[in-house]
Design a protein around this ligand. Structure first.
Ligand SMILES: Nc1ncnc2c1ncn2[C@@H]1O[C@H](COP(=O)(O)OP(=O)(O)O)[C@@H](O)[C@H]1O
Ligand SMILES: [Mg+2]
Length: 275
């Protein structure tokens, strides 16, 4: 864990140095150099939605609190961020072979875990337009939905909600029509690019539909830089996992596989940091 944190700190320093170098007109004339350019939209102007602790507990969102229960997500965060920084990846999809493997749970926990690092700006989008449920986990039904944003009917600002200073979510009020066609459209791609350019998040986490339920992922994954495949112990079938990992690898960069719902955690470290 300490090694990972040290590696993260090193990577952050490296990134800051690169940004400083790029921003400096010349070594002789450089005076005050901004650490990084700011977003066009002020994140502080986005309405906040509180994440109630009791609700987080009910939905297994342990990253809200930190501590021992958040450790698996913090480890996942460190590894994912390191790979993303090394490759200049910004958009990470969270997917799974079948429904109910824990995609939304993992995506929410990961977003909160990254957002505990205050120098990161994080966005979490619910792109499971067939069975959106991040709004149920958070306990907030928005007036408009992300599928309306991607269709170009509603500006992102009208959907965006702030969970904390550096975490913004894009939720849905309910399912959207024809998601596969929506993901295929050039318009959706342009809108996603514009959000990224205007809001300048360091990481965008995208909750997605299961791969085996539809063809949504085929046109969604090419709008991401990388993806995590969440599988559920005693539920996901090995041939499905194998098939999805291969297919995902053809559509985007596979960050790794998360084994969720494991009843027998690995306690071989023999002690706990948080005991
Ligand atoms: N590690 C876990 N252990 C037990 N139940 C879990 C775990 N992760 C998620 N769940 C539960 O499984 C159900 C489906 O999770 P969800 O994140 O909505 O899956 P998906 O988004 O893949 O459909 C939810 O009731 C959730 O609370
Ligand atoms: Mg889900």
């Amino acid at each position: 864990m300490e090694k990972l944190e040290a590696a993260m700190a090193k990577a952050r320093e490296r990134r800051k140095a690169v940004l400083r170098e790029a921003a400096a007109p010349s070594r002789k004339t450089a005076v005050a150099v901004p650490e990084r350019s700011g977003p066009k939209v002020d994140w502080a102007t986005v309405p906040t939605v509180p994440f109630v602790a009791a609700r987080a507990k009910r939905f297994r969102i342990s990253s809200l609190f930190g501590g021992r229960d958040a450790t698996p997500y913090d480890l996942l965060r460190s590894r994912a961020l390191r790979m993303m920084e090394d490759n200049s990846w910004k958009r990470m999809a969270v997917t799974s072979p079948e429904a109910a493997c824990g995609k939304s749970t993992v995506a929410m926990n990961l977003a909160l875990s990254i957002a505990r690092q205050k120098d990161f700006r994080v966005m979490l989008f619910d792109f499971d337009f067939r069975r959106p449920n991040l709004h149920k986990i958070i306990g907030h039904t928005p007036d408009h939905s992300m599928h309306e944003v991607l269709s170009g009917d509603v500006p992102f600002f009208d959907v965006a909600k702030r969970i904390s200073d550096n975490l913004i979510v894009g939720l849905n009020a309910g399912p959207g029509k024809n998601p596969a066609e929506l993901f295929q459209s050039e318009r959706a791609k342009d809108i996603l690019d514009a959000i990224q350019a205007d809001w300048q998040p360091d990481v965008i986490i995208i909750d997605t539909p299961p791969m085996l339920g539809s063809d949504d992922h085929v046109n969604l994954m090419n709008k991401t830089d990388c993806a995590l495949l969440v599988i559920a112990a005693e539920m996901s079938k090995l041939p499905n996992v194998d098939f999805c990992e291969k297919e995902l690898g053809q559509l985007t960069n596979v960050l790794g596989i998360v084994l969720n719902k494991c009843r027998y955690p690995d306690d071989t470290t023999g002690y706990s940091y948080y005991g």
